[in-house]
Design a protein around this ligand. Sequence first.
Ligand code: I3P
Length: 126
Amino acid sequence: KDVIPPLEQLMLEKKGYLQKAKIADGGKKLRKNWSTSWVVLSSQKIEFYKECKQQALSNVKTGHKPESVDLCGAHIEWTKEKSSRKNVFQITTLSGNEFLLQSDIDFIILDWFHAIKNAIDRLPKN
Ligand code: I3P
């Protein structure tokens, strides 16, 4: 029998392409490497795929695993110091992973910032 996800979860889902750079893993600094990523936000996590096709493939269990970001206890903030680019915000997870997300298009990055902040604010902080 199909499991029907709660309405709230459906309404929160957001997908699209953004520029992404992972700059820390478990508190350990990484070399910054920007790339285009297919970003899928749901109520508790963000998944990063190389492209939107990969998301479709991952549903049929082909081993196409996205990078998953747990939003429980995560922080989100705009940053001007971590990049020379405009419209950059940072997500920091409880586990010490740090991601920069960026778009040149103002309304797109604003939409993403508010959607992710909204998701974080609904979740327990630990
Ligand atoms: C980095 C690359 C990044 C840049 C970063 C550079 O060089 O040019 O795009 O970040 O600047 O170090 P490399 O490819 O040789 O690693 P921004 O585009 O976000 O400015 P940074 O070292 O000041 O973070």
